[in-house]
Every structure is written in structure tokens, then in C-alpha cells.
Design a protein around this ligand. Structure first.
Ligand code: ARG
Ligand code: ZN
Length: 472
């Protein structure tokens, strides 16, 4: 990510201080402009994201009519080149591109599968900011993923849901679709009157014209693209304010008022508890959205406002799932992944937060939850190393439960004082940024003053059950 300030270095592109060396010319030689890479280089998902630029901000305006299932949109992408570019890619799945401009001038565009290739009239110089605007339209379709299930835009009975991990955004707007390139987002979503369109961040206004309502949302903290979402439908909305921040929650109206509403209403209480263990809540808004479409079988930590499948609340109030998704606001969202392989950093910490919440709210000790999982987990869990799960096990029980057991083993090893300092320091030092497992281990060693390689080797990378944790 480069924030807006970085765009101002544009005129200094020739100075070696602000110009990354990749693709930069010698001080006297001619520049060579090359196409930006079609992927961000993630070993698990090589085609996700792109190379050669860094997005600072997206402004996405879409109009969607559930009756016809057609979407028309414009996306304005403010970025900075990180190498000398003759062309660059954005990820866009399906949909037709009408026109593209770069810095206000018409640009050539072509499609290669889910890649949009933009060739500006002139090369883009490393370090310089640029703005590209894409006009597009069509019938959005989700992306199939054989092992992980589909992600992205789904047409529902009366609206739509765009949601998914590890990818979803490219099904409704052109995007650098990898968590390593965080950016701020402004959304304007126009839908027929009577429908609600809810997305990330703070509500930024609502206007009506000719039977259509435009809902505006602003996510002002950097966000990974898969954490963006929109839910359009007949929704029961609750608004409020907490600690000076807006609260905006919504539950699908087809669900009778009940456990979903009461669970989501506990959002701010859970967030306040998590602040005591993780440090300040990282975002400008609170909320939650409960969807009823049976194709959504998970909850997702969409930034500032998680989305929950109604199935979590079928047996009654469920604040553990709320604690899980809210914990991700610190770990997953504010501190985002650099590569998908490190997913345990998100899921292990969020699952451990459920254990902490259960101890706080129900007096079920985290130590007891650990003991139950340690002795009761199937052998399949011990065969999958959560620190290197492979694409097929990205969301497996090993990543979640053994990930959380790893966190607990660390707590036992370094003691509560160092452990809770570590969680707060990780959240603070990596706030609005990206982290890796190696960086987390290094910080744990720094904070505790202990050598932890054997512990992490066994818990994250071993293929058999590690020994019972003991204080180091
Ligand atoms: N990160 C989500 C959560 O734990 C789960 C997403 C599941 N995605 C999937 N493709 N299975 O809260
Ligand atoms: Zn999770």
C-alpha cells in the first residue's frame, strides 16, 4: 500500500530514494517500460493480484438491478507505479469493459481470462502516481473454486451478496485482488428504492432519484480487497453510535426478529472486551450483517462490518462467532496477511479470541478449551501443519483449532505477561499493514526474550501432535 502522500512523490520519480530499483533505469540510460506482472506472486494463488503498481484508493460506483441481474459501474483507481510500466493488469472476472482512461486519456484495454490488461498511451514511470478509470457492465457471476467453494457476486431472491475469501472483489469491480495491496475504498451503490445496500466502513450518505437509492460507504482505513463486500436486499437495519463511531447493522428481513438480532446487538460489547486484550479497536465503524441465502455457509470478517450466515444463530444467541469475526478486525484486517500460506495468523488468533471470550463471558477457561482440543482432536488434524496447510487445507480445522492451540502453547511457554504484551504489540506495530509468520515469531522472541523456534516448528510445521506445552 502507498497512501495518498506517496502519490505526491511523483515528480521525484528520477531520484533513487523514492524509486524502487526494479525496472528503474541507470541515471543516464533510457527507461525500459515493461508490462506489469499478471500476479502478485503469492505461492498459493499465483494469479491473484498484479505486479508493478500499488493502489492507494478505489472509488467504486455501481448500479445494480436485481430484476435484471445487471450491474453497471465505474471504478476509479488511484495508484502509484512501482516499476516502469508499458501496461498493467487489474483482476476482473466476467463483466464487459466499456472504456478505460489513464490520467484522463483514453487507454487501450484487452481481456485475458480474469485479467484486464490496460495499455496507457504513454509508459508509467516508477514512483509516479496515476489514476485509471474503468467503465464496465454485465451480469456478475461468482468465481468457482474447486476446493474452497465459490466466492464473489451472488444474485439472491431480492438482491445480491458479494462476499468471499480468498477472493471475491474482482466479480464486481476491477481490483488488484491480493491482500498485500491494501487501499482505502469509497463505494456508491445504487439500487431500486426499498432495498438497502450495505458495505464497509462509515455510512457516507444516501440519496434518491427516479426510483433509485444510492447508498454511500467509506472505508478510510486501508483494506485488503477480499474484505470488501456488498449486501443488497430487504434488510432490517439498526443504527447507533458507540465511542463516537457509527454502528450500522442489518439482518435479512426474511428472518424473524430473534437470535441473529440479539447476537449482532452484542457487537460493541464484544469489541469493548477485545480491546482489553488486543488494544484499541482499529476501525471507524461497527456493525454486522446477517444474510439468509443458503449458499453462504460461513461468516466473514469483512472490514468494520462482518457478514454472518443466518445459520450461526439457528440454535439461539451466538456471541462466539461475533467474537471470532471481531477478533479478525485486529488480526486479519488491520494486520493483514502478506501471503495466504500464513492464514493461521488470522484464524488461529481469531479462534483463540473465541476461547478468551468464552472465559470472559461464560467462565469456561481457555486452558480447559485447549485441553479438550489437545486430547480430543482427530489424527487428521495433527497431520496438517497449520503454518503450511496447502491450498486444499486453507480453511481446515488444523488452521483454526491447531492454530488456536499454537497460540495457547505460546501463552503457556512465555507466560501471560509477555503473551498479552505480544498480542497488543503485534496489533499496534502492524496496524493498517501486513505481517508474516516469520515476523510474528521474531516479535514473540523479542517480547519474551525466549528462543521459540522449537515451539513453532512443532506446533506450526510438525505432522504429529506436539508435546504438552510447558513454561520455558
Ligand atoms: N475467514 C472466515 C472466518 O473464519 C472463513 C471464510 C471461509 N471461506 C471459505 N472459502 N471456506 O471467519
Ligand atoms: Zn476466521
Amino acid at each position: 500500500l502507498l497512501l495518498t502522500g506517496a502519490l505526491l512523490v511523483g515528480c521525484d520519480a528520477a531520484s533513487s530514494e523514492t524509486t524502487p530499483s526494479a525496472g528503474a533505469p541507470s541515471p543516464t540510460g533510457p527507461r525500459t517500460f515493461k508490462p506489469g506482472a499478471a500476479g502478485a506472486g503469492d505461492p498459493y494463488f499465483p494469479s491473484y493480484g498484479n505486479g508493478g503498481y500499488d493502489v492507494a484508493r478505489y472509488a467504486v460506483k455501481v448500479r445494480y438491478d436485481p430484476k435484471t441481474d445487471r450491474l453497471t459501474g465505474t471504478a476509479t483507481v488511484q495508484a502509484a507505479a512501482t516499476s516502469d510500466l508499458s501496461s498493467f493488469n487489474l483482476d476482473l472476472a466476467g463483466l464487459s469493459v466499456r472504456s478505460v482512461t489513464v490520467d484522463g486519456a483514453a487507454a487501450k484495454h484487452s481481456r485475458k481470462g480474469n485479467e484486464l490488461v490496460v495499455t496507457p498511451a504513454h509508459g508509467l514511470i516508477a514512483g509516479n502516481g496515476f489514476v485509471t478509470e474503468i467503465a464496465y457492465e454485465g451480469k456478475p457471476e461468482p468465481l468457482e473454486n474447486e476446493v474452497l467453494g465459490e466466492g464473489g457476486f451472488l444474485h439472491t431472491d431480492d438482491g445480491a451478496i458479494a462476499l468471499g475469501q480468498p477472493e471475491s472483489a474482482s466479480t464486481w469491480f476491477p481490483v488488484n485482488d491480493h491482500p498485500s495491496d491494501k487501499a482505502t475504498y469509497d463505494f456508491e451503490i445504487t439500487v431500486p428504492d426499498g432495498l438497502t445496500a450495505v458495505s464497509n466502513g462509515v455510512p457516507a450518505g444516501k440519496s434518491d432519484a427516479d426510483g433509485w437509492t444510492t447508498w454511500k460507504w467509506a472505508e478510510r482505513q486501508p483494506m485488503a480487497s477480499y474484505l470488501s463486500f456488498v449486501v443488497i436486499g430487504k434488510l432490517r437495519v439498526t443504527t447507533g453510535e458507540h465511542k463516537g463511531r457509527p454502528v450500522f447493522s442489518a439482518v435479512d428481513e426474511s428472518l424473524g426478529k430473534g437470535a441473529a438480532d440479539t447476537s449482532i446487538a452484542d457487537t460493541v460489547e464484544v469489541a469493548d472486551y477485545l480491546e482489553t486484550v488486543f488494544g484499541p479497536y482499529p476501525f471507524d465503524a461497527y456493525g454486522g450483517v446477517v444474510v439468509a441465502d443458503s449458499r453462504i455457509r460461513y461468516a466473514l470478517e469483512t472490514q468494520s462490518r462482518p457478514v454472518y450466515s443466518a445459520s450461526f444463530f439457528r440454535q439461539g444467541t451466538n456471541t462466539e462467532v461475533v467474537a471470532h469475526e471481531l477478533a479478525h478486525q485486529w488480526f486479519g484486517d488491520s494486520v493483514a496477511l502478506t501471503k495466504w500460506e500464513d492464514i493461521w495468523l488470522n484464524e488461529g488468533l481469531a479462534t483463540y479470541a473465541e476461547w478468551l471470550w468464552a472465559e470472559h463471558s461464560d467462565d469456561r477457561k481457555a486452558e480447559l478449551t485447549f485441553a479438550t482440543r489437545y486430547s480430543g482432536s482427530p489424527s487428521s488434524l495433527w497431520r496438517v501443519p497449520p503454518g503450511k496447510p496447502g491450498v486444499e487445507n486453507l480453511f481446515s480445522q488444523s488452521v483454526y483449532q491447531r492454530g488456536a492451540m499454537t497460540v495457547h502453547a505460546l501463552r503457556v511457554a512465555i507466560g501471560d505477561k509477555a503473551f498479552f504484551t505480544l498480542l497488543k504489540t503485534w496489533a499496534e506495530e502492524k496496524r493498517n499493514a501486513n505481517g508474516t509468520t516469520a515476523e510474528f515469531i521474531a516479535l514473540a522472541e523479542r517480547v519474551s526474550g525466549k528462543k521459540l523456534d522449537a515451539l513453532f516448528d512443532a506446533w506450526l510445521y510438525g505432522t504429529t501432535r506436539p508435546d504438552q506445552p510447558k513454561p520455558l
